[in-house]
Ligand binder design. Structure first.
Ligand code: NAD
Length: 367
């Protein structure tokens, strides 16, 4: 199954395949390149997958540099970015060389940033390896590192020429990285495509990683994203809607993720963020959208609220989340902005002007 799109007359390709064979080398061979590839991959991905990719590229005669990366969120920083750039310089990469990455949002965001900065851009190809990256971060071209502890504060827009999605890889994704992709699909269902919600209700099939159900969900989620970003790359209008849930989610991630480990996967924070933004939009009154969202999060045992063991810390955490919301990159004036949704498929961007209500929503989210 293929899904292609154009940006400024340039064609980009997404290929959804069962198994890793020789399509990466075959497609790279169609590009004008110097046949030099740096392969950046997340160390936690099963070796079987990585070895198959390396085998394809080696027997096809590419000059290959293989670099494993520790793809935790805490490593999404300038150190990793410059390690990649130094590697490109040391190996005399040109503008016609290729960065091929295989990983989740962290490896994808940093590799794409390096691809966009080195010599002002070389060829970039990506193989997403978590469910969040498969249904969301692999497209759209947002690249980033977290700088000065601010989520995605440093980045560019740069699009992978090819994206390869493999069911063989999906079958091996650890359960947590697999389920963490559900909230980004839920987001697409609420803002654009109700059929996604219908499919998410088939939780037994989704959890069993049923190919047909997954193909529908991946296809519809990526279609939603393409529809909203392709005519608004720099996020001035429709693309903003893809941030639904993210004003609160990024604040939660910034509050909890320490220098030592990430507490929440991005997708888990997005699930909680969706509930918060729906509650803020409805002025804390229950409605159909909140019910459906909570129901879907429950089906996958995803968090809807945050439980703190040491109750003495709650007030401090509430204050941190409140303050971090003001660091959100969508803010253009004094008030942070969020995606308002009170009716299916009718998102809008609004300022959070009722700060008491925002505080109430945060207070309800933490117990
Ligand atoms: N660019 C975008 O549009 C966009 C969109 C959404 C999220 N993001 C970013 O993506 C990041 C989150 O990415 P994520 O949720 O994909 O996870 P991740 O990249 O943070 O990876 C999570 C964990 O899974 C491991 N992992 C990855 N693939 C694996 C596999 N196949 N098998 C075993 N372990 C594997 C990693 O090593 C890591 O420990 C955040 O930094 C977020 O800001 C970017």
């Amino acid at each position: 199954m293929d899904l292609n799109y154009k940006i400024n007359d340039e064609q980009y390709y997404i290929k959804i395949k069962d198994n890793i064979k020789n399509e990466i080398s075959q497609n790279i061979n169609k590009l004008v390149s110097d046949k030099k590839i740096i392969f950046l991959y997340d160390i936690n991905i099963q070796k079987k997958i990585i070895n198959k990719i390396i085998y394809d590229l080696k027997i096809s005669g590419f000059s290959l540099i293989v670099t494993p990366i520790e793809g935790e969120k805490i490593n999404k920083n300038e150190k990793l970015l410059f390690k990649i750039i130094d590697n490109l310089i040391a190996n005399k990469f040109t503008k016609k060389s290729i960065i091929l990455s295989c990983g989740g949002g962290v490896v994808g965001d940093v590799s794409a940033l390096a691809a966009s900065l080195y010599l002002r851009g070389l060829i970039y190809i990506h193989i997403p390896s978590t469910m969040t990256s498969i249904v969301d971060s692999c497209i759209g071209g947002k690249t980033a590192i977290n700088y000065q502890s601010i989520t995605n504060s440093f980045g560019t827009y740069y699009h992978p020429k090819f994206i390869f999605i493999y069911h063989e890889l999906i079958k091996l994704i650890p359960q947590r990285e697999y389920i963490a992709g559900i909230p980004e699909m839920l987001k697409c269902g609420l803002i654009n495509d109700k059929k996604i919600l219908t499919d998410l209700h088939k939780n037994k099939l989704v959890i069993a990683r049923d190919k047909k159900t997954l193909n529908n969900l991946i296809y519809r989620s990526l279609k939603t994203k393409i529809k909203l970003f392709v005519h608004d790359i720099f996020e001035e209008k429709t693309r903003l809607y893809l941030n639904f849930g993210h004003t609160f989610a990024h604040s939660i991630e910034m509050t909890f993720d320490s220098k030592l480990r990430d507490v929440f996967r991005h997708g888990e924070a997005v699930g909680i963020g969706i509930i918060c933004e729906l509650k803020y939009a409805s002025k804390n009154k229950r409605n159909k959208l909140i019910e459906i969202s909570e129901e879907i999060l429950d089906l996958y045992s995803l968090p809807k609220i945050i439980t703190i063991k040491n109750k003495k810390l709650i007030q401090k955490i509430v204050t941190k989340i409140y303050n971090n919301i003001f660091l959100d990159k969508k803010r253009i004036n004094n008030f942070p902005r969020y995606i308002n949704l009170t009716t299916f498929k009718k998102p809008s961007i609004k300022e959070i002007r009722d700060l008491d209500l925002m505080l109430q929503v945060i207070n309800k989210m933490i117990i």
